[in-house]
Design a protein around this ligand. Structure first.
Ligand code: SF4
Length: 322
């Protein structure tokens, strides 16, 4: 890994429901290096999006950071004031979402929405901001950008809107781009184009990326390293090829087994039995114990710690010898 850009250390986030706090993220410790692309994968409700919202300082009102640290370039975000955090957001760290239609302002021309980011964070004139927006629109593969600049979101296809979101996210040359399921709402052909674009932009601009997905196939295409999350915990982390070819955690193995493939044509796809426990129904012990085919008595009693299972491979499982 290159020099550390973002560092999350022992982060815990809890939701307050009634008078009780329910931990939603626990023992989150990872780093993202400069120019690196790190993936986070897991089913819905595992804490992937909450992790990214913690970094953005955009946790919902009922959630709070109860422990730990997030540092960008060595500076604490957790102890930053709301004003300092909003200076980082949109400039040093930006985000693209699953559904651009709900993320874009329906009442403002798309080009102007990109230019506004430059106006807000780069201290340029309106004329310069417009030119930067047009250049960025061309860079993300949009054509006839002079005309497109004045169009509204509803006039664009899903793929074009996602390119507008990417242009908005990259115009200030952020250090870190968070992409939260950016291709889930797109058809397969456009999905491949957007993944290629994100990979190219990562190489050409050097912007590091945190890529969130439930799809291990997509993660393989884009990421250098991957973190698997389950019920608010990181359960496995390794370079992408190592993790996908040699999974050590039973949950990762189950996710891989449930991927479709040419060799599985005509067969019923495997699904991991059960589902992710809800926030209010989480027990002590290994978070995966209720669904794990290898669980033993200790699994229900003690939360396993992350242990080394190889040079750069970490696993949270009692069965893995440290
Ligand atoms: Fe399964 Fe136990 Fe390992 Fe958890 S600690 S993944 S329950 S074997």
């Amino acid at each position: 890994m290159t020099n550390s850009l973002l560092e999350m250390r022992d982060l815990e986030v809890a939701f307050t429901l009634g008078k009780q706090d329910y931990p939603a993220l626990q023992q989150m410790t990872f780093q993202i290096g400069e120019k690196e692309t790190v993936g986070i994968v897991g089913e819905s409700g595992c804490g992937k999006s909450l992790t990214s919202l913690s970094i953005m300082g955009l946790l919902p009102g009922t959630a709070k950071i109860t422990k730990g640290e997030i540092r960008l370039d060595g500076k604490s975000l957790v102890t930053s004031s709301a004003q300092q955090w909003s200076g980082v957001r949109g400039k040093d760290i930006t985000m693209i979402f699953q559904d651009p239609m709900t993320a874009l302002n329906p009442l403002m021309p798309v080009g102007k929405q990109i230019a506004e980011m430059a106006l807000l964070h780069l201290g340029v004139s309106r004329k310069e901001a417009r030119q930067l927006a047009l250049d960025m629109m061309a860079k993300v593969g949009l054509s006839r950008v002079d005309r497109l600049y004045g169009d509204y979101p509803h006039q664009l296809s899903g793929g074009m809107m996602q390119r507008i979101m990417i242009a908005m996210a990259l115009i200030c040359q952020p250090k870190l781009l968070i992409a939260d399921e950016p291709t889930t709402a797109l058809d397969v052909t456009i999905q491949a184009q957007i993944l290629n674009l994100l990979r190219d932009m990562n190489h050409s601009t050097g912007t590091a990326m945190l890529f969130i997905s439930h799809d291990l196939g997509v993660i393989r295409e884009v990421c250098d390293r991957v973190i698997v999350m389950y019920a608010g915990y990181m359960v496995e982390e390794a370079p992408v090829e190592e993790l996908l070819d040699h999974p050590r955690h039973p949950y990762t193995a189950g996710l891989l087994q449930s991927l479709p493939g040419a060799d599985k044509r005509g067969r019923i796809l495997y699904t991991i039995p059960g589902r992710v426990p809800p926030l209010t129904g989480r027990r002590t012990g290994c978070p995966f114990a209720g669904r794990c085919p290898s669980a033993t008595a200790i699994c229900a009693a003690e939360v396993p710690q992350m242990k080394k299972a190889g040079e750069q491979h970490l696993v949270r499982c009692h069965l893995v010898a440290g």
